[in-house]
Design a protein around this ligand. Structure first.
Ligand code: MLT
Length: 394
C-alpha cells in the first residue's frame, strides 16, 4: 500500500493497543502551525463574496484565476530572474496530484528514471500506469533507478542510458539534500541532448536558505524547453488541509512522439486538466494569492524559520547521539543513518519512545538503514520527542 497509509495503519494499531501512550508524530510532513493571518483574511473575504449574489462565483477557470497565476508568476519566478508567465502556471489541489498525474500524458513504453530514495508517488503512479515491468530484488525491471547515496551526497548521477522522463526533487524528499546550479545544469543539458523531459518537484523550495542554491529549475538556461516544475502552498503557507499547489508547464516545453515530431506539453496538460479537473475553490485561491502578498510572504518566512529551527534541533541532537544526518539545513526533513533495518528502527522508536518517524526503505531500496524525521511539529513536541528518543536509545 502507499507508504504513508501503511504508517497511518501502524500508528492506529499501536494507539489501539496502548491507549495510555501519547505519541508524537514526526512522520508524514504535515504542518502544525495555523494559516498565516493574511491568508485567513483573504479566505474569509472569498467566502463572504460567495454569500452575495453580486459577487458569487460558479465554475472558475480550470487553470486557476488570473489574479493567482499572475501573483505566482511575479513573486515566485519573475522577481527571481526566471522568465515564467502567468499563462504557463496551472493551479491545482496538490503537488502530489500533479506529479502523480503528469505521467498520464506519455506512452506506456517510455523509459522513466526515478531517484532512489524519493517521494513514492513518482514510482507508484508509473507502476499503476503499467510502465514498471516485474519486481525483482526490490527493483522494477523497466525503471531506471537513480541511486542517491551517502557516497554521492544524495545527488544521483546522470543515467548511463537514454531515458525519456526524469523525476527530480530538490530539496529532496526524503533526504533533505540540495542540488547546486552546476549539478542541475548537467540534468538540463542531459534532457536537451536526449530529448528527455524533467519533472522537477520543488515543493520544498521555500526552505532553501543558502542563497547560492537554485530554487527553481528555470534558473538554469534552457530549462523552459525540457522541464515542468511543481510547487505547493502546503509546506509553506500551511495548506496541507486547505489544498492549493501549482505546476509550471512552459509554452516552450515539448514532448516527442515515436517519429520525433514535437508536441506542446502545455497544450497537452491543459487538455488533461480541463477534461479531468475543475479547479480549486475560489476562497482557497484567494487565500493562496494572499500567501504571495508582502504580508503573506513575511508570515511564511516566519513559519519556515520556525520549522527550520526544529530541524536544526533534531539534526544536532541526533548527531550528538553519534548518528550521521543529512538534510535539515535547507529542508524540513532530517535523514538519519543507523546500523538497523529501517522498519526495525521505526518500530523501536514507536514502541520505546512513542515517536513516529518514516522508515527510509519506504522511499526506495537505497533508503534501507535510514529513517526520515520531519521537523513539522510544535517546538515542545519536538523537544519531548528528542528526549524520548535519547532515553530509548540509551
Ligand atoms: C511527506 O511526508 O513525504 C509528504 O508530506 C507527503 C506528501 O506531501 O504527500
Amino acid at each position: 500500500s502507499y507508504l504513508f497509509s501503511t504508517i497511518a495503519e501502524k500508528i492506529s494499531a499501536f494507539e489501539k493497543k496502548h491507549p495510555e501512550k501519547q505519541i508524537i508524530k514526526l512522520g508524514i510532513g504535515d504542518v502544525t502551525m495555523p494559516l498565516p493571518q493574511a491568508c485567513i483574511k483573504a479566505f474569509h473575504r472569498g467566502v463572504d463574496e460567495m454569500a452575495e449574489e453580486a459577487t458569487f462565483r460558479g465554475y472558475g477557470p480550470e487553470q486557476g484565476y488570473g489574479f493567482l497565476r499572475e501573483r505566482i508568476a511575479e513573486t515566485g519566478f519573475i522577481q527571481q530572474g526566471a522568465d515564467i508567465h502567468a499563462d504557463e502556471i496551472f493551479i491545482s489541489d496538490g503537488a502530489k496530484c500533479d506529479t502523480g498525474n503528469l505521467q498520464e500524458l506519455f506512452d506506456t513504453n517510455i523509459t522513466v528514471a526515478i531517484p532512489d530514495p524519493v517521494y513514492p508517488v513518482y514510482l507508484d503512479t508509473n507502476i499503476m500506469a503499467g510502465r514498471s515491468g516485474e519486481l525483482k530484488d526490490q527493483r522494477y525491471e523497466r525503471i531506471v533507478y537513480l541511486d542517491a547515496t551517502q557516497e554521492n551526497g544524495f545527488v544521483p548521477k546522470l543515467p548511463d542510458t537514454k531515458v525519456d522522463l526524469i523525476y527530480l526533487c530538490f530539496p529532496n524528499n526524503p533526504t533533505g539534500a540540495t542540488i547546486t546550479t552546476e549539478e542541475l545544469k548537467k540534468w538540463v543539458d542531459y534532457a536537451m541532448d536526449n530529448k528527455a523531459l524533467i519533472i522537477y518537484d520543488a515543493a520544498y523550495e521555500a526552505f532553501i536558505q543558502d542563497k547560492d542554491l537554485p530554487r527553481s529549475i528555470y534558473e538554469i538556461e534552457g530549462a523552459q524547453k525540457v522541464a515542468i516544475e511543481s510547487r505547493s502552498f502546503s509546506k509553506t503557507a500551511g495548506f496541507t488541509g486547505t489544498r492549493c499547489a501549482y505546476t509550471v508547464v512552459p509554452k516552450a516545453c515539448m514532448a516527442y512522439d515515436h517519429a520525433g515530431n514535437t508536441h506542446s506539453l502545455h497544450d497537452m496538460w491543459k487538455r488533461r486538466q480541463s477534461t479531468k479537473f475543475n479547479g480549486v475553490s475560489y476562497p482557497v485561491q484567494m487565500a493562496a494569492a494572499a500567501a504571495c502578498s508582502d504580508e503573506g510572504r513575511q508570515e511564511i518566512q516566519g513559519l519556515v524559520s520556525y520549522y527550520l529551527k526544529n530541524a536544526e534541533i533534531i539534526r544536532s541532537q541526533m548527531q550528538s547521539l553519534g548518528l550521521e544526518c543529512t538534510g535539515g539545513e535547507n529542508s524540513p526533513y532530517i535523514w538519519v543513518a543507523s546500523d538497523m533495518d529501517s522498519w526495525g528502527f521505526f518500530d523501536l522508536l514507536l514502541e520505546k519512545a512513542g515517536v513516529v518517524t518514516t522508515p527510509g526503505v519506504g522511499f526506495g531500496k537505497c533508503g534501507q538503514g535510514y529513517i526520515r524525521i520531519s521537523a513539522f511539529n510544535h517546538r515542545e513536541k519536538v523537544m519531548d520527542a528528542i528526549s524520548r528518543i535519547k532515553k530509548a536509545l540509551a
